[in-house]
Write a protein that binds this ligand. Structure first.
Ligand SMILES: Cc1cc2nc3c(=O)[nH]c(=O)nc-3n(C[C@H](O)[C@H](O)[C@H](O)COP(=O)(O)O)c2cc1C
Length: 215
């Protein structure tokens, strides 16, 4: 990890809903200095409205999951948010949200600062536990394509469905050439979501721009 990173890593953020249920949401994370002694902090930028943001502001803790199972990214944006999870120790002062079983690494985070914004607040979080569970096997084109597809599907309420379908078609080659069973399943959920939106178009709010839901 470089000390100052403009790079965004796509992760899955776990938080606790008000009733204690686990909430998993894909989010981009940047790492920047600013913590105690110049330590790196995680920077999250959820768009309002966001249940994950509400949970973060209420409970002040989250667990960041770094993972390569593309089904979790595709699943969370297609109504499949419940993934096997297990407890973390955090800093011992819980309650902490669980981490996902498939995480290669998890980082337990405490909110250190919130820069509020009507559209996209910026949260800085201090890592209090950082555990690696499994090796990273290397980059895979189909996983990257699923991430892109999942971002597009998360914008189905903002962008014309035909534009999203065209961008998905351009990603298909990476799926055809490099996917394993997990990426194929994830991709099928994304295609289904696009088809469902084609059959059930919704009126888009006039004020929303094409920037959509993520950085
Ligand atoms: C790879 C990926 C990255 C994403 N990054 C963000 C992000 O940084 N901020 C955000 O608000 N939404 C992001 N999204 C969209 C959210 O995951 C999605 O809107 C989700 O439903 C938000 O859940 P919430 O209401 O609990 O925040 C991303 C989606 C994907 C697939």
């Amino acid at each position: 990890m470089s000390p100052v990173s403009a790079r965004i890593h796509e992760a899955v953020v776990c938080t606790r809903d008000a009733d204690g249920r686990l909430r998993s949401a894909p989010m981009g994370v940047r790492w920047q200095p600013g913590g105690p002694g110049g330590a790196l902090q995680a920077v999250l930028m959820p768009f309002r409205p966001s249940t994950t943001l509400d949970n973060l502001l209420r409970e002040r803790v989250a667990v960041l999951n770094l993972l390569v199972d593309a089904r979790v990214f595709a699943g969370c944006v297609t109504g499949r948010r419940d993934w096997p999870s297990r407890a973390v120790a955090g800093d011992g002062h819980g309650p902490w949200p669980a981490r996902l079983d498939c995480a290669l690494r998890h980082v337990a985070l405490r909110v250190a600062a919130v820069e509020d914004d009507p559209q996209r607040p910026r949260l800085r979080l201090d890592p209090v536990e950082d555990v690696t569970h499994a090796p990273f096997d290397g980059m895979n084109r189909a996983q990257a394509a699923v991430i892109e597809g999942a971002v597009l599907v998360s914008r189905l309420h903002l962008l014309p469905v035909e534009r999203i379908a065209e961008e998905m078609a351009a990603l298909q080659v990476a799926i055809d050439r490099s996917a394993g069973p997990e990426e194929r399943e994830a991709w099928s959920w994304l295609l289904e979501a696009v088809e469902a939106r084609r059959r059930r178009p919704v009126a888009r709010p006039a004020a929303v721009t094409a920037r959509g839901a993520t950085a």
